[in-house]
Design a protein around this ligand. Structure first.
Ligand code: 6CM
Length: 254
């Protein structure tokens, strides 16, 4: 009996942060640093190269149209500010696969393939089929990290990166394999009240979300762009209100 369970269950997460001896260590650090540097780059009139595809309150979603051999590679970025939640809470809920299906509307399934460390695992997403394209899947490592601010004035950063990789236990072929480089980067702003008692009303989370997705094989550009235009704003609204609901009655996780 015990054996059966052991075979079926993925090995539990090691209780240790990602170590230099891990084969993914260098790649993960490089990709994470690139994302973190990006948030400190002040946009020098660069905003006009991004087309705004949705704006609702504090939420703004931008894209850039890029095609390669007829495949849509449009990079996407979104900024949002949400009150009542911290960057740690946002990143935790984005990273924790146990709650992924509670807010992800575009997936058929999502499974852990391998734990690399306490803060990193490889997972397999099977994406819902979108007519008339073939069904897609994705294999990626997902890593969560807390980084001090660049200077004394800059708030700390919480970040999650989802970055495509291969894994022997999920052979390519059953679906069209999507590749991605997705980052959720957060900073928490606190406006301390006069009485010094910080509640959720005094907390704001500045979110920057970016997604570079290659749909891996042909998909009709107009359908894909319509899906993106609908699904990314929907995801950002649904996900952030999910985090607000999930944390509202809990102690603030700074
Ligand atoms: O970032 C999001 N979710 C993460 C956790 O699941 C993860 C997943 C990203 C997937 C992004 C690719 C989705 C689109 C794939 C193309 C589908 C092709 C259909 C063909 C249409 C003609 O980072 C939230 C992702 C929100 C997605 C809108």
């Amino acid at each position: 009996e015990e054996n059966k369970i052991a075979i079926k269950t993925t090995k539990p997460p090691p209780k240790i942060l990602l170590q230099p001896s891990n084969p993914y260590y260098d790649e993960i650090n490089e990709v994470v640093s690139r994302h973190i540097h990006r948030i400190y780059e002040k946009t020098k009139g660069g905003e006009d190269t991004w087309e705004c595809i949705a704006e609702e309150g504090e939420l703004k979603v931008y894209k850039r149209e890029i095609e390669e051999n007829g495949i849509v590679l449009d990079p996407l970025k979104a900024v949002h500010t949400v009150t009542g939640i911290t960057g740690h809470e946002v990143c935790h809920h984005f990273w924790d696969i146990k709650v992924r299906m509670d807010w992800e509307a575009t997936l058929e399934s999502s499974d852990v393939v391998e734990w690399l460390s306490e803060d990193t695992f490889i997972c397999h997403n099977v994406i819902k089929r979108v007519w008339p394209a073939s069904q897609r899947d994705a294999v990626f490592w997902t890593h969560i990290r807390h980084v001090p601010g660049e200077s004394d004035e800059e708030p700390d950063v919480w970040i999650v990166v989802n970055y495509s990789t291969d894994h022997k236990s999920v052979p390519n072929g059953k679906y069209v394999r999507v590749t991605m480089n997705v980052a959720m980067v957060c900073q928490t702003i606190i406006d301390p009240p006069a009485d010094g008692k910080i509640t959720r009303d005094n907390i704001r989370c500045k979110i920057s979300y970016t997604a570079d997705v290659n749909p891996g094989g042909w998909a009709p550009a107009s359908v894909l762009r319509a899906v993106y235009k609908r699904e990314y704003p929907r995801f950002l609204k649904r996900f952030t209100s999910y985090v607000k609901d999930a944390t509202a009655k809990k102690e603030v996780m700074f």
